[in-house]
Each structure stands twice: as structure tokens, then as C-alpha cells.
Design a protein around this ligand. Sequence first.
Ligand SMILES: *[C@@H]1O[C@H](CO)[C@@H](O)[C@H](O)[C@H]1NC(C)=O
Ligand SMILES: *[C@@H]1O[C@H](CO)[C@@H](O)[C@H](O)[C@H]1NC(C)=O
Ligand SMILES: *[C@@H]1O[C@H](CO)[C@@H](O)[C@H](O)[C@H]1NC(C)=O
Ligand SMILES: *[C@@H]1O[C@H](CO)[C@@H](O)[C@H](O)[C@H]1NC(C)=O
Length: 274
Amino acid sequence: MKLNRQASALVALVVVASCSSLITQAGRLEADGDEASAGGSVQWQPPSFCRGKDCPEFEVLQTRDDVELRHYKRAHWISTNVSNAKWSEAYDEGYKRLQKYVSGENVNSTKLPQTNPSFTLLYVADPKAHTMQTTYTIEYFVPFELQEKPPQPNSTDLAVTPVDEQEVWVVAFGGFATEEIVIQRGFEFIANLTGDGIDVHTEFIGLALYDQPARLIKRHNELWLWSKTQPSAALRRTRTTAGGGTENDDDVGAVLRFKRMFEAVVKRVMGGRD
Ligand SMILES: *[C@@H]1O[C@H](CO)[C@@H](O)[C@H](O)[C@H]1NC(C)=O
Ligand SMILES: *[C@@H]1O[C@H](CO)[C@@H](O)[C@H](O)[C@H]1NC(C)=O
Ligand SMILES: *[C@@H]1O[C@H](CO)[C@@H](O)[C@H](O)[C@H]1NC(C)=O
Ligand SMILES: *[C@@H]1O[C@H](CO)[C@@H](O)[C@H](O)[C@H]1NC(C)=O
């Protein structure tokens, strides 16, 4: 079974010494300025922590010690909101819903291959008390071959979401990602970046999991924090040139739309508070 059982993860955590495999491999853009292939796309080599599965394409813009600033391309994800006091239970429920979609519960009855990462968006409730909201968004990255036309889910619990290009700060950690570890490291990460004057959204934290529970060593997990800066103008120019000017994304508009989407979620889950 593909279900990431946090309970067994916890047990295993006690047994297996936390193996801190911090970022060692960075995503690599095999960018070749001269080669304007059909559609202007360049061949992307997913990093080894994607474990041979499709995973969203990114470029490393900056590295500070074990932290990377990544630029992700626009891509389709399937998402579902789950309410539960415990992240592990919300995650299992969200994962189950997504697996149904993947195994053919979509209008085309298409079976989709597994992709990476398994993603959760966690919303901060009280930044001082280090508590999280009890609604989580669990997400599945649409495989490359269906990116252009992801099949619509049958269930209204799921939505196909085009996520616009984005800049995120990423720190990787090994071992099993328990709720306790995620929350502790998440707030440390926020404190570290904001403490160094880096402008990030502090209302939500992304958690990207890349490994099945059966893998005991060299597990790869990541925490994501969204940069408040716009995707760099330099990148935009590069891509426009490489694409032969065929794609004329309204990048600033795209980022604003992305932010609005998350702000809407935050507002909703914060509803009732002052
Ligand atoms: C999903 O919807 C499609 C189209 O309405 C239908 O053919 C298919 O049987 C549905 N699948 C499930 C598992 O309900
Ligand atoms: C999926 O089904 C819809 C509605 O029947 C259709 O418009 C669409 O082209 C199909 N997509 C694929 C990838 O077959
Ligand atoms: C953030 O972490 C880096 C090491 O990754 C360290 O050099 C820096 O001092 C930390 N900043 C703060 C504000 O803790
Ligand atoms: C999740 O919640 C947000 C905020 O209310 C909403 O915009 C989004 O459509 C929801 N997603 C699904 C799949 O229901």
C-alpha cells in the first residue's frame, strides 16, 4: 500500500536514527541557450530525490548553506482540503482521495502514474504559540504527460489547480516527517529566514514528502516557504528568449493570482478569529 502511515512512521522513527540527509542534490536545468527545441522546452532532469517519478520542474536561483531558493514553473496539481485536528490523519484522508483519482475516479477513467512529491499545505494558526490550523490542503502533482489536460475528478472534494510559477525557499531534512518535527522545523525555518531579512509568507508552510514509509534510510523531505518577491525578471527574459517568444505569460499577474489563492485559503481557515 502506498498510504503513508504516520503511526508506523513514528515507531520507525524511534528505531531508525534520524538520518539528516540535507540537500545534497539540487534540481538541475539542463539549460542550453543555443538549443531552441520544438516548443522551446529544455530537457529537465528530475533530481534523484524524485525517485524516478515525475516531479515539478524547478531551477535553483540561490543557495544559502542547506537552503535553496527555487523557481518552479507553472504546473497543474490536484488538491483537496481536509479538516482534522491531526495532520497525519488529514494527510491519510487526503492521500486516499487523491489515490482514488489517480486510480481512475476521473471523468476519463484515466489511470495516472504516481508522482512526487506528496504535498501538504499547512496553515499557521498562532505564530507565537507555534500552532497550526486544522484544515490542510493535500496535493498531487499531475504527471508530465497529462499536464496540459489533466482529467477532471469525479469527486467535488478534489480540484484541478493550475499553480502559477512561484519562488519558494526550501530546506530538506531526512528521517520520518512527524507532525511534531514538521511544526518545530517549520517555525525554525520561518524564524531563520525572516531573522535574516528574507521576505517570506509566514501564514502557511509547505511540506513535500518524497519517500514511501518502507524506505528507512536517506529519506528526503522538504519544507517550503513562499518568497514575497516576484519571479525574477532575468528568468522571465531567458525563458521568453528560449521559447522563441511563443509564450507570453503575464507573470506578475500569475503570481498575484497564486498568492490570492492561498490568501483565500488562509482567510477561510482563519475565519471566526480576530
Ligand atoms: C467518473 O465519471 C465518469 C464520467 O461521468 C464515469 O464514466 C465513471 O464511471 C466515473 N467513475 C467512478 C469511479 O465513479
Ligand atoms: C476527457 O474527457 C473529456 C470529457 O469527456 C474530454 O473533453 C477530454 O478531451 C478527455 N481528455 C483526455 C485526455 O482524453
Ligand atoms: C539561519 O541559518 C543559517 C545557517 O543555515 C545561519 O548562518 C544564520 O545565522 C541563521 N540566521 C538566523 C537569523 O538564525
Ligand atoms: C480549498 O479551500 C480553498 C479556500 O476556501 C478553496 O479556494 C479551494 O477551492 C478548496 N479546494 C477544494 C478542492 O475544495
